[in-house]
Design a protein around this ligand. Structure first.
Ligand code: FES
Ligand code: FES
Length: 166
């Protein structure tokens, strides 16, 4: 039986859309099941692993801990929104690929979005600070060294005027 329904309007990866959703629907399930944005990965589903991280108004949130209705009026970015050109990786994706910063890839969308947030908002963090800032996302393959390398490399790429703004 359907629960309480509410109409929401939000911007997802630059596109505004409206949907009627159950008030109990999580943001993660809304993105995955209603919009096919399966780059949102569900691990623990109770706020521990961080793999469901998306950006809400540019800041990372765990989408398994939010209801879709709480995102009403906000802007959401998932990993699918990073590159507008299907043939060209975003500089952060390039850096993760070049630095071998993914193994099974389960944590990767969350790591990439968190990297974007760090580079955009938090300036010149040291390697130790980057490690600390990423610690809310668990990589079960334990590839943290290469992930930190990728963040540093992505930051250099993003600050390069030739690739910035891609
Ligand atoms: S699935 Fe959301 S924190 Fe683990
Ligand atoms: S690459 Fe496998 S969980 Fe991080």
């Amino acid at each position: 039986m359907a629960g309480d329904m509410r109409s929401i309007t939000l911007t997802i990866n630059g596109r505004q859309l409206s949907r009627d959703v159950e008030t109990r629907l999580t943001l993660a399930d809304f993105l995955r099941d209603h919009l096919d944005l399966t780059g949102v990965h569900l691990g623990c589903e109770h706020g521990v692993c961080g793999c469901c991280t998306v950006l809400l108004d540019g800041r990372s949130v765990r989408s398994c801990l939010m209801f879709a209705v709480q995102a009403d009026g906000h802007e959401i970015e998932t990993v699918e929104g990073l590159s507008t050109d299907i043939d060209k990786l975003h500089p952060i994706q390039e850096a993760f690929s070049e630095e071998h910063a993914l193994q099974c890839g389960f944590c990767t969308p969350a790591m990439i979005l968190r990297t974007k947030e760090l580079i955009t908002n938090d300036g010149e963090l040291s390697r130790e600070e980057i490690r600390e800032q990423l610690s809310g996302i668990l990589c079960r393959c334990t590839g943290y060294q290469n992930i930190v390398n990728a963040v540093v490399s992505a930051r250099e790429k993003m600050h390069d005027p030739q690739v910035a703004g891609r």
